[in-house]
Design a binder for this molecule. Structure first.
Ligand code: SF4
Length: 70
């Protein structure tokens, strides 16, 4: 299964930067929470980084990263 969509629940993010450490192609830190990079917001890009995104989901201490797979 490849990741096709990623969202971060900003209200749940505690800005620990673990997702950025796991997959900085997709995640970066915004002002108050991690965000998905603009250039990463397309299914083909996300699919190519599926392993890193799943590692970020595992590493996130607050379950703030929501993914869809296809
Ligand atoms: S790993 Fe989770 S809590 Fe930490 S910065 Fe990323 S989204 Fe926020």
């Amino acid at each position: 299964m490849a990741v096709t969509k990623v969202e971060i629940e900003a209200g749940e993010c505690i800005s620990c930067e673990a997702c950025v450490a796991e997959c900085d192609a997709v995640f970066e830190m915004g002002d108050d929470a991690a965000v998905v990079k603009a250039e990463a917001q397309n299914p083909e890009f996300l699919a190519a980084h599926t392993d890193g995104i799943k590692a970020a989901v595992e590493a996130c201490p607050s379950s703030a990263i929501k993914v869809e797979e296809a």
